[in-house]
Design a protein around this ligand. Structure first.
Ligand code: ADP
Length: 355
């Protein structure tokens, strides 16, 4: 296959899933109801393909008994990691056409963000989340086009906690020796050159261990930090020497639950305020992009600053909106869906009453 054919094929694949709003798409994923808990399940009716869902209010009071939402797609509780990835793959492949891509998982703690992005375990390929599958797929593609395009792939891992960036840097720790690719000039020493899926698995394993033993035991705080995995790709056409660059950011966001100010103080309050601020800033940026506003407020949080070059313009954005079906989570579920509705630029207005 020559270079152009690969590009055209990727473009076609991408266009097939390009619906609704230009470069911003929103997928809703409802995680299964975890058995063994003494809880009730919220009634949610949905149609996967056309992305509609109707959520019943368990209190059944007032006019507002049901709420209707529409996104690009809804994945129900029995959806597999593979199915979710199949609908994400074309977007990821557009990275090799030189696009920048951001994929977020948004939702309250326990709604399945990490499950969707990473999966429950690194060791079981069947359960791999979007990030391992994405890198695996990229390596397959880059290897199959080796004779026409030479690719370099670099990976960075960053945590954003209390508006501070914490880069995983295995070079300074003497753990990662693979030389930085020459051409992949992202001016940062935290870039790790990877050549295979095994490299990625190793890197992430070390990253997770490193997090867990870190001075601040960030692992325990993981639901209160944003975790960003960035993949940078540079491709050079061997015949023409023309160059293409793309980047993919896979973001497991901090839990979106609202903290009752009367119940927390000190560090927890500070964390909650930082999370609140950065999630609203992210919402404002995507909203501005969806509405093609001339001013996009990137400067309001570290998260949006870090992702500035990959949000907007020619970049493509996907948000996974994660839903916890426990009835106790109803209020958070509605607030999550409203956030998603706002960023998708497809606000359907007032709640409708479904009989
Ligand atoms: P979050 O990252 O939003 O805090 P997790 O990804 O840790 O949430 O998910 C919470 C729990 O629910 C975990 O035990 C996880 O394995 C389980 N879970 C989440 N999504 C799914 C799913 N689609 N299928 C099976 N179990 C899931």
């Amino acid at each position: 296959k020559n270079y152009q054919v690969v590009v055209e094929e990727n473009r076609r694949l991408y266009n097939e899933v390009q619906e609704l709003k230009g470069n911003i798409r929103v997928y809703c994923r409802i995680r299964p109801f975890l058995k063994g808990q003494n809880k009730k399940e919220t009634s949610i009716e949905y149609t996967g393909e056309n992305g509609e869902l109707v959520v019943a209010n368990p209190l059944k009071q007032g006019k507002d008994t049901h709420r209707f939402f529409k996104f690009n797609k809804v994945f129900g509780p029995s959806s597999t990691q593979e199915e979710v990835f199949l609908d994400t793959q074309p977007l990821i492949r557009s990275l090799l056409d030189g696009y920048n891509v951001c994929i977020f998982a948004y939702g309250q703690t326990g709604s399945g963000k990490t499950y969707t992005m990473s999966g429950p375990s690194i060791n079981s390929e069947e359960h791999w989340g979007v990030n391992y599958r994405a890198l695996n797929d990229l390596f397959h593609l880059t290897q199959s086009s080796q004779n026409t395009v030479m690719y370099e792939v670099g990976v960075q891992m960053v945590e954003i906690y209390n508006e501070q960036l914490i880069f995983l840097n295995l070079h300074t720790l003497g753990i990662w020796n693979t030389a930085l690719p020459n051409g992949l000039a992202v001016p940062d020493a935290s870039m790790h050159c990877v050549r295979s899926t095994d490299d990625v698995l190793e890197l992430m394993n070390i990253g997770l261990m490193n997090r867990a033993v870190g001075a601040t035991a960030l692992n325990e705080k993981s639901s209160r930090s944003h975790s960003v995995l960035s993949v940078h790709v540079r491709g050079v056409d061997v015949k023409t020497d023309s160059e293409l660059r793309g980047s993919l950011h896979l973001v497991d966001l901090a839990g979106s639950e609202r903290i009752d100010r009367s119940e927390v103080t000190g560090d927890r309050l500070k964390e909650a305020q930082h999370i609140n601020k950065s999630l609203s800033a992210l919402g404002d940026v995507i909203f501005a992009l969806a509405h093609k506003n001339p001013h996009v407020p990137y400067r309001n949080s570290k998260l949006t600053q870090v992702l500035q070059n990959s949000l907007g313009g020619q970049a493509k954005t996907l948000m996974f909106v994660q839903i916890n079906p426990d009835e106790d989570s109803y209020a958070e579920t509605i607030s999550t869906l409203k956030f998603a509705e706002r960023v998708s630029g497809v606000e359907l207005g007032a709640a409708r009453n479904y009989k």
